[in-house]
Design a protein around this ligand. Structure first.
Ligand code: NAD
Length: 213
């Protein structure tokens, strides 16, 4: 199922809704109201209802949203039917943390390969993932139909890695290095920076400190 023109922020929130719904489901609850989802994610019920309307889902006024149904619908929108294969490039602190954290979390996204230059890391598995030399990136990505690359190499290496991933035919890149990257418009690029998140928290912490003095 593919919905054209779904705003990027809505896609991000759909993923957050699913995570919150999965937690709720395990408590043997079958239905949930928009205000309950909103409360868990610190957003407004109007925002939740607006997002769910965009994906064509309306709840039952009396009972709320059917949790299982909604999880499945979000899955049909966010995931692909066959699933997608992911590679991590740079098996250092962050690359390893990502692989270990992500393991078993989403059945439609599988990290199947990691790449590095360090001979001590190559040709042995890490948490069930095969580690290859970076020189075989294009070949392995093509052979295993990997469509997403996660970049966790030092900043100066990131542009070359992105170029190789594009050449290999990936459709999406998640860049953790602090180096902003350029990729062609047919490749979706997401850049994440922990420091930006911390600075944002620090800014609002400072603001709150002044407001509630
Ligand atoms: P690290 O030094 O522990 O790991 C880097 C790994 O990349 C090493 O295993 C190294 O051998 C490998 N490597 C180096 N050049 C390579 C190449 N050309 N091809 C393949 N592998 C190569 O570093 P780290 O702490 O894991 O950080 C990795 C990257 O993530 C850095 O760019 C760092 O600045 C960034 N980082 C980002 C965030 C964030 O929030 N975005 C947080 C922490 C670190």
């Amino acid at each position: 199922m593919y919905l054209k023109n779904l705003p990027h922020k809505t896609v991000e929130r759909l993923s957050q809704y699913r995570r919150a719904l999965l937690l709720t489901l395990s408590k043997e609850k079958t239905h949930v109201f928009s205000h309950e989802i909103a409360l868990m994610l610190h957003i407004t019920p109007v925002q939740v209802r607006r997002d769910l309307m965009l994906i064509g889902y309306s709840g039952n006024l009396r009972k709320g949203y059917d949790i299982k149904e909604l999880i499945e619908l979000i899955g049909r929108i966010v995931d692909t039917e066959k699933g997608q294969r992911v590679a991590v490039i740079g098996l250092g602190n962050l690359g390893k943390a990502f692989i270990s954290y992500f393991k078993g979390k989403r059945n439609k996204l599988t990290i199947i390969a990691a790449f590095d230059v360090n001979p001590e890391k190559i040709n042995r598995g890490f948490d069930g993932v095969t580690v290859y030399h970076i020189n075989s990136l294009v070949e392995v990505v093509k052979k295993h139909n990997i469509s997403i690359g996660i970049i966790t190499v030092p900043a100066d290496q990131a542009p070359d890695i992105a170029e190789a991933l594009v050449e290999a035919g990936v459709k999406g890149i998640l860049n953790y290095s602090p180096k902003p990257l350029n990729v062609p418009p047919y490749v979706y690029l997401e850049e994440y920076d922990m420091i930006t998140s911390l600075e944002k928290v620090a800014f609002f912490a400072k603001k709150n400190d002044e407001r509630f003095k």
